[in-house]
Ligand binder design. Structure first.
Ligand SMILES: *Cc1c(COP(=O)(O)O)cnc(C)c1O
Length: 210
């Protein structure tokens, strides 16, 4: 087994089968991506639309069961490209993006699910909707016809993430949203303990990014 394959096996052994493992492949080279595919990994996360195309446009034809999540911020002018490539947009955070995504989905007759990214620590300069505006954004998205099925967060760095994981899980429960995307290499097990249904793991799976 190569390193990526053994890392995937080790992580899989530590998470329940009901939890989805998003392999975060940003900044990885072709060999790493192919090692993960060979090991059976089919769900990947990227945080830039352009890099995601470079990584996955061709491989998608080869692996029809590939699934891609966008986990980085999305500009409205890239909504068309994002809708064409990704299966889930995890970073919905504003009404303008709802409008752009709906336009793109109608144009392409392709409806994909979104998660709302919550700025769970209410930090200045951090992506995600302010917790106080979450319900309003959800209502708006649904009124426009967008399928919102979950929440996503990145807790403040250098703080215990557990209280933030709990908060996101509670918000998802109150809003009846089944998916909760939280937890990265350093804290995915703690996120699962708090109810994560999706963890996003890069470094622990691929090694340090180049
Ligand atoms: C890079 C990234 C990850 C993965 O981080 P690791 O610490 O390498 O596991 C998860 N989520 C988002 C949004 C990211 O940008």
């Amino acid at each position: 087994m190569n390193n990526v394959a053994s890392n995937i096996a080790a992580i899989r052994a530590r998470i329940p089968a009901s939890v989805q493992l998003v392999a975060v492949s940003k900044n990885q080279n072709d060999a790493a991506l192919d090692d993960a595919l060979k090991a059976g990994q089919r769900l990947f996360g990227e945080n830039k639309v352009q890099e995601a195309y470079a990584h996955w446009e061709k491989r998608r034809a080869q692996y029809p069961d590939l699934r891609l999540h966008l986990i980085g911020p999305l500009q409205t002018n890239k909504a068309d490209d994002a809708v064409a490539l990704f299966d889930v947009i995890e970073t919905l955070d504003r009404p303008k993006l709802v409008d752009a995504l709906m336009r793109a989905m109608k144009k392409q007759s392709r409806l994909i699910s979104c998660f709302i990214q919550v700025n769970i620590g209410a930090e200045e300069q951090k992506a995600g909707v302010d917790p106080a505006q979450l319900e309003e954004l959800l209502r708006y998205a649904r009124a426009q016809g967008l399928s919102v099925t979950g929440l996503m967060c990145i807790p403040p760095v250098d703080e215990d993430p557990v209280p933030y994981f709990k908060m996101l899980r509670n918000m998802a429960q109150e809003l009846n949203l089944p998916e909760c995307s939280m937890g990265m290499s350093a804290d995915y097990e703690r996120a699962i303990e708090q109810g994560a249904t999706i963890v996003r793991v890069g470094t622990a799976l691929f090694g340090v990014r180049s």
